[in-house]
Design a protein around this ligand. Structure first.
Ligand code: ZN
Length: 65
């Protein structure tokens, strides 16, 4: 039996399933995905976006008369 080395699920440690690599199940894939939203992987918030106080261009053209 020449078995391909099975990787283990990073979530629960069970052997990973081809279909859900590198996880063992859709459930564990879900758990990993949720980590992105619960803050395990912290994505720095960006505060440097320019604030636009003006309305859309052309919205104030009435003042130019
Ligand atoms: Zn798992």
């Amino acid at each position: 039996m020449a078995k391909v080395p099975t990787k283990t699920c990073p979530i629960c440690g069970k052997p990973a399933v081809e279909k859900y690599r590198p996880f063992c199940s859709a459930r564990c894939a879900d758990v990993d995905l949720n980590r992105w939203f619960t803050g395990s992987y912290v994505i720095p918030a960006r505060d440097d976006e320019p604030q636009q106080d003006n309305a859309l261009p052309g919205d104030n053209e009435d003042d130019n008369i």
